[in-house]
Design a protein around this ligand. Structure first.
Ligand code: FAD
Length: 461
């Protein structure tokens, strides 16, 4: 006999992402009854702790700790075990900390809207329906699979998730796409010992960054032994006895590269296909992103969309901030909005990392601003011996300053500790702390932040 269990809650959260779980905790703490639906028991806590930021950054750490005498395959397999141990601990912690609360329940199964207040979870005979006056959509994003002949059927295709979970190190790895994910995996796998080739369609890496910065990134990656082919358009993939043959056009010439595994890192699209949003009257863009206003309200005012699914920048901390906006809507005074976000930094976790914020030099020049550019190679920054103490002196620091106001307009920090230093710079930008103040500030020693004393001194009298 088919049975459907009907549940109700004050707030229904669909997807265990960063914003949704943050809101779920705040709402339960405020006494609301919350039901959170997560489609997979392997994803409690969402993408970041299971298959995103945390496993990849742990692999960055492991791959950089490999010594010459370590056998590559064994070292890699042990590293993947380490990742599994951490991600499963985080997953369990995420589940228990929410489901363990008296006013929260986590249901496992894919959610699908039936109407604007109700979703069905799973399918009959074990279907559950959940009805709530307020609904948060936090279903994240999924990889875009390129429409390339032979791609889907190849036995050598690997996903980013597999690259963080499978204990076999490919001898040869081709990465299609030189964006954030592509470059991070290239750097990680190269340091573990794979031969890595990046095929990128654009004329150069990181087209949104200044060319001088992108060139240093390229030099570091190629210096590590990664082959980078820009202007490469992949045309077909063919499985052969010894691996997969990636066929691509380059400067009008047909070329091939053979590989044991290949990753398509060509972007991620909002995960809305399974949600049956039409039944809820929730509008989406052509790319499938849920349309939201600055308060993250969808076309149905009682339904909010947080994180990657709303088409915003795909970062965990942006989803977290989306959570804050929705918490303010539901528990606060409803004024917090996406337009409050100023100087949101980003980090590309290659080795050393590239962290950026604000305008590039070329963007500032295009806007006709009066600027000064403070730029120094890390190896030359006398005030930053930290680079020498950890034997990582590659990279550069570059700051764009407004000479009329002494404000920092942007920064590109390609350096050891860049992911930390950038937060100080971004905070200064947000709080209108001048470049002169950063130049004259007291920093700990030896640290990477103290480089600011010297680099700003180049352009500030
Ligand atoms: C390999 C990789 C590395 C990354 N590294 C970083 C990094 O270093 N720093 C950073 O800030 N960001 C990083 N990101 C991006 C970051 O992980 C995402 O931006 C972030 O996790 C998005 O969070 P979210 O809240 O939108 O949802 P997610 O965390 O993606 O969670 C969405 C959840 O919804 C579930 N779901 C989907 N559909 C349904 C449904 N129909 N019913 C129920 N549940 C459903 C999914 O299973 C998933 O658990 C990385 C991403 C990847 C893939």
């Amino acid at each position: 006999m088919n049975t459907t269990t009907a549940l109700t809650a004050d707030v229904l959260v669909i997807g265990f992402g960063k914003g949704g779980k943050t809101a779920a905790h705040a709402l339960t703490d405020a006494g609301r009854r919350v039901i959170l639906v997560e489609e997979s028991s392997a994803m409690y806590g969402g993408t970041c702790p299971n298959v995103g930021c945390i496993p990849t950054k742990m692999l960055v750490h492991y791959s950089n700790s490999r010594r010459l005498e370590d056998e590559a395959q064994e070292f890699f397999a042990n590293s993947i075990e380490g990742v599994r141990a951490l991600t499963s601990a985080f997953r369990a912690g995420n589940f228990e900390s929410l489901d363990g609360k008296d006013t929260a329940t986590v249901l496992t199964g894919p959610a699908r809207f039936i109407d604007s207040h109700t979703v069905a979870v799973g399918s009959e005979p074990d279907q559950i329906t959940v009805t709530a006056p307020t609904i948060l959509i936090n279903t994240g994003s999924a990889p875009i699979l390129p429409d390339i002949d032979g791609f889907a059927s190849s036995r050598h295709q690997v996903s980013s998730t597999e690259l963080t979970q499978t204990g076999t190190l490919p001898e040869r790895l081709v990465i299609v796409g030189g964006g954030y994910l592509g470059l991070e995996f290239a750097s990680i796998y190269r340091h573990f010992g794979s031969q890595v080739t990046i095929l990128e369609t654009a004329d150069r890496l990181l087209p949104n960054e200044d060319e001088d910065v992108a060139n240093v990134v390229r030099d570091i990656l190629t210096g590590d032994g990664i082959t980078i082919i820009t202007g490469a358009v992949v045309t077909a993939i063919q499985d052969v006895d010894s691996g997969a043959l990636i066929k691509f056009a380059h400067d009008g010439v047909a070329r091939t590269v053979e590989t044991d595994a290949f990753l398509a890192a060509v972007g991620r699209r909002p995960a809305t296909a399974e949600l049956n949003l039409d039944a809820a009257g929730v509008n989406t863009t052509e790319r499938g992103a849920v349309v939201v206003d600055e308060f993250l309200r969808t076309s149905q005012p009682h339904i909010y969309a947080l994180g990657d699914v709303n088409g915003g920048p795909q970062f965990t901390y942006v989803s977290l901030d989306d959570g804050r906006i929705v918490i303010d809507q539901l528990l606060g005074n409803g004024t917090r909005s996406t337009s409050d976000r100023i100087a949101v930094p980003r980090t590309l976790f290659i080795t050393p990392p590239l962290a950026t914020v604000g305008l590039t030099e070329s963007q500032a020049r295009q806007q006709g601003m009066n600027i000064a550019v403070a730029r120094e190679n890390v190896a030359d920054i006398v005030a930053m011996p930290r680079a020498y103490t950890v034997e990582e002196t590659r990279g550069l620091m570059k700051f764009i300053l407004d000479t009329d106001t002494d404000q920092i307009l942007g920064a590109a920090i390609l350096s050891i500790d860049a992911q930390e230093v950038i937060n100080t710079v971004a905070l200064a930008m947000r709080q209108a702390v001048t470049a002169t103040t950063l130049k004259n500030a007291v920093y700990t020693h030896p640290s990477s932040t103290e480089a600011l004393n010297e680099v700003f001194d180049k352009v500030i009298a």
